[in-house]
Design a protein around this ligand. Structure first.
Ligand code: PGA
Length: 254
């Protein structure tokens, strides 16, 4: 069965102490994940080890993710963090190509292909983000735009590697804006992305890849979004910073 995933993306929010408190509050709720369900916390680099020791226990399907890594293996890149470094502290997931990284740090589809390769070489599952800006949606060209992001960053991978990816569709016009895609818009794009994956890798591989929705997922809309047949959970920014809201989102997984 395809994994269903609630992924928190803290972005550049919370002090270490606030992060610890938020995790404590979420863990106190003891939300049980079924075997096919996962919760992933994408936290700032300095909090990775603390978060991993808090959440990664045997009984729960809770994991920690980095929010980024650099696209080179190692070397003179002051301030950057490599996939190998993340692997050396046992990090199993990494967000790749979030729209904020694409926009503010000029990350291109080609750079993201390199990051994806380095993650996979280091046993890290990329949570690969894609999604169109408002101008593209208004021009009705969102399908081509998003398919191209997958093609240029992922389609060099063989099927057995592609099958291990997590994809997050995050329409940029819905991120942090309070404006959520409708369930119809989300399902339509997720089904389309799965068909693009199926065309390249075959139906079986495409049916194994979780496709998360991101963009103003809230406690109040998560269940409706996650009920869509091709929506396999969410990548959650703002609402992941409030324990009660994120707990409700975890419980909304199918
Ligand atoms: P949001 O962010 O839930 O605050 O819209 C989602 C994301 O950017 O991952």
């Amino acid at each position: 069965m395809r994994k269903q995933i609630a992924a928190a993306n803290w972005k550049m929010n919370l002090t270490f102490q606030q992060g610890e408190k938020l995790l404590d509050d979420i863990l106190d709720a003891e939300v049980k994940m079924a075997d096919h369900q996962l919760t992933i916390f994408a936290v700032p680099y300095p909090y990775l080890l603390m978060t991993r020791s808090e959440v990664e226990t045997d009984e729960q399907n809770y994991y920690v993710a980095a929010q980024n890594c650099y696209h080179k293996k190692s070397g003179a890149y002051t301030g950057e963090v490599s996939a190998e470094m993340l692997h050396s502290i046992n990090i199993k997931y990494c967000v790749i190509g979030h729209s904020e990284r694409r926009e503010y740090f000029n990350e291109t589809n080609a750079t993201l292909a390199e990051k994806t390769d380095l993650c996979l070489a280091n046993f890290i599952t990329p949570i690969f983000c894609c999604g169109e800006p408002l101008s593209i949606r208004e021009a009705g060209k969102q399908n081509e735009y998003v398919a191209n992001q997958l093609k240029e960053s992922l389609f060099h991978l063989p099927a057995e590697k592609a099958a291990t990816l997590i994809i997050a569709y995050e329409p940029i016009w819905a991120i942090g804006t309070g404006k959520t895609a409708t369930t119809e818009q989300a399902q339509e794009m997720h089904r389309y992305l799965r068909s693009v994956l199926a065309e390249k890798y075959g139906d079986i591989t495409a049916s194994e890849i979780p496709i998360l929705y991101g963009g103003s997922v809230k406690a109040g809309n998560a269940a409706e979004l996650f009920a869509c047949p091709d929506v396999d959970g969410g990548l959650v920014g703002g609402a992941s910073l409030v324990a009660g809201d994120f707990i409700a989102i975890m419980k909304a997984l199918k």
